[in-house]
Design a protein around this ligand. Structure first.
Ligand code: NAP
Length: 254
């Protein structure tokens, strides 16, 4: 009887936004499960530091600074990964950003910035990685969307649109790439305290408002999002593709 395995020994994984918050937790989780990791963010010193942490813990890691909103840096990231590890088994499209503003005040630059980092960059990276995965006839793409790709909120319009777009990108790629044994899934986190939002979530008013609206009455923890990513990256999730999975304390069940 075969039982599921969550082991990632020898798998090569690219994680964007790997130096802080959710991505930092995912990077450590995948490395602990045995994956060789490519640590990506725009800040070289942070990438170097996280890669060093993984190596000191006995893992394999390379630091590849790149800005996912710059198409010219995306192919270079894929090329370095293939040169170092010979393949790409897992892509975690995690880097993302937000602007809090009323819709009426948004500029075209605000719109383009969020779309480029949260949607266009992840698409171009998935496309470049997808070519390599097709040649391998295997791979896992995990897109970190948000519960705000599933439901609305105020003052974050480009974020809502980018994450909703990422969810549809997940379904579209899953359908096109199923025949190449590439599974594409999305995780939709609820509120978790990270650099992206700590100043906001730490205020008493916001804490009361958000936890009051969350059925589980708390924020999520970084490891709780990392756990879902590890599962989707593993062979235990081999029959899943095009799935959109909330990890949100029940927010979108309402
Ligand atoms: P975070 O703490 O702000 O970390 C963002 C990471 O992405 C950092 O490592 C950052 O490093 C990197 N990054 C930002 N822009 C980048 C770019 N253009 N190219 C490459 N790397 C870039 O964010 P987080 O809260 O962990 O969020 C991670 C993902 O989860 C995002 O997609 C976010 O939308 C999603 N999410 C978060 C929550 C939450 O409550 N935290 C909820 C739902 C969804 P550098 O600045 O050095 O590049």
């Amino acid at each position: 009887m075969r039982t599921p395995s969550f082991d990632l020994t020898g798998k090569a994984a690219i994680i964007t936004g790997a130096t802080k918050g959710l991505g930092y937790g995912m990077t450590h989780a995948l490395a602990k499960a045995g994956a060789d990791v490519v640590v990506v963010s725009r800040t070289k010193s942070d990438c170097d530091a996280v890669a060093e942490e993984i190596k000191s813990a006995g893992g394999k890691a390379i630091a590849v600074p790149a800005d996912v909103s710059k198409p010219e840096e995306i192919q270079a990231l894929v090329d370095v990964t293939v040169r170092e590890f010979g393949k790409i088994d897992i892509l975690v499209n995690n880097a993302g950003t937000a602007i809090t503003k009323k819709a009426i005040e948004l500029t075209e630059e605000d719109w383009d910035k969020i779309m480029n980092v949260n949607l266009k960059g992840p698409f171009l990276l998935a496309q470049a990685v997808g070519k390599q995965m097709m040649a391998q006839n295997s791979g896992k793409v995990i897109n970190i969307a948000s519960m705000f790709g599933l439901v609305g909120d105020v003052n974050v319009l480009p974020y809502l649109c980018s994450k909703g777009g990422m969810i549809q990108m997940t379904r579209g790629l899953a359908l096109e790439w199923a025949r190449y044994h590439i599974q594409v899934n999305a995780v939709c986190p609820g509120y978790v305290k990270t650099a992206l939002n700590t100043s906001e979530l730490d205020t008493e008013k916001i804490f009361k408002y958000i936890t009051g609206k969350t059925p589980m009455r708390r924020y999520g923890e970084i490891w709780e999002i990392a756990g879902m990513v590890q599962f989707l990256a593993s062979s235990a999730a081999d029959f899943m593709t095009g799935a959109i999975i909330p990890v949100d304390g029940g927010w979108t069940a309402q």
